[in-house]
Design a protein around this ligand. Structure first.
Ligand code: CIR
Length: 256
């Protein structure tokens, strides 16, 4: 269960961010609208949402998930690989200090939160162009102090692990073709996302609901059959910048 989320409104330089999507330039007004709808969806799932001010220095700074990993006992400030994103951590440190003891991923380790998937006491860490083994082991060792296990998962087909693998509760994992017979994921119910709906592999489970991107009918019908209580959100402007539902927030449980 989560009761708290941090988000950051896209800055006016949002369209200058990194992307490989080839879907054209995002419309800033529409991105703001979609971001407002996103915040409201989080609130409707019972989360208290703190919307941080846009950080005009960093076009990708609305993708707050990448700059920190939050466990119940600690927050780990990442070291984004993308040079245009490294400085995003500066404004997140004072925010997270209020909630958790902080740890830091140090160079030459790199790590981005989009590569980190928690399933109860186990963290799966994607090895990608953004997260290297050094960074992944730094994270794993910090978490091991709190009795978490961790597994490294090389990813070849996507920006981040969570672009293509996401835990949606009830032992169910949404996965792309690359992961359908992955040895580390045996034991989960794997729900395959077809290549033509790949973007919808990134869904966001929040308390008893599941937020999914609008416009992916095959994935939606599989989830309806599994009785998920769905919230659909238009995400077109974030998809143009390679960002999905999970990237737009940091979620955690705050007990005091
Ligand atoms: C980037 O390339 O870094 C951003 N344009 C998108 C980051 C998406 N974040 C995520 O998947 N966790």
């Amino acid at each position: 269960m989560f009761n708290k989320a941090l988000t950051r409104r896209p800055s006016s330089r949002f369209s200058e961010g990194i992307t490989s999507a080839n879907l054209g330039k995002p419309d800033l007004e529409l991105a703001w609208q979609q971001h407002r709808d996103y915040n409201n969806a989080l609130k409707s799932c019972g989360l208290d949402v703190t919307e941080l001010e846009p950080d005009e220095k960093f076009p990708d700074s609305c993708f707050v998930e990448d700059v920190a990993v939050i466990a119940d006992e600690a927050a780990i400030i990442t070291n984004p690989e993308a040079s245009s994103r490294k400085g995003e951590i500066d404004s997140m440190i004072p925010v997270l200090k209020k909630f958790r003891k902080l740890f830091f991923i140090e160079s030459p380790g790199t790590l981005e939160g989009g590569d980190v998937m928690q399933i109860e006491k186990h963290f799966y860490i994607g090895i990608t162009e953004r997260t290297n083994e050094n960074g992944a082991h730094q994270l794993g060792k910090i978490l091991s102090q709190y009795d978490y296990k961790y597994t490294l998962i090389p990813v070849t087909s996507a920006l981040h692990l969570k672009s293509v693998v996401n835990y949606i509760g009830n032992n169910n994992l949404l996965v792309s073709k690359e992961f359908i017979s992955h040895p580390e994921l045996r034991g989960f119910n794997l729900i395959q996302v077809e290549d033509d709906e790949l973007y919808s592999a990134n869904c966001l489970p929040l308390n008893n609901k599941l937020i999914i991107p609008k416009g992916f009918p095959k994935v939606k019908s599989q989830l309806v059959k599994l009785n998920y209580d769905l919230i659909e959100l238009a995400m077109t402007e974030f998809e143009k910048m390679d960002g999905g539902l999970t990237c737009l927030s940091l979620r955690f449980l705050q007990t005091e």
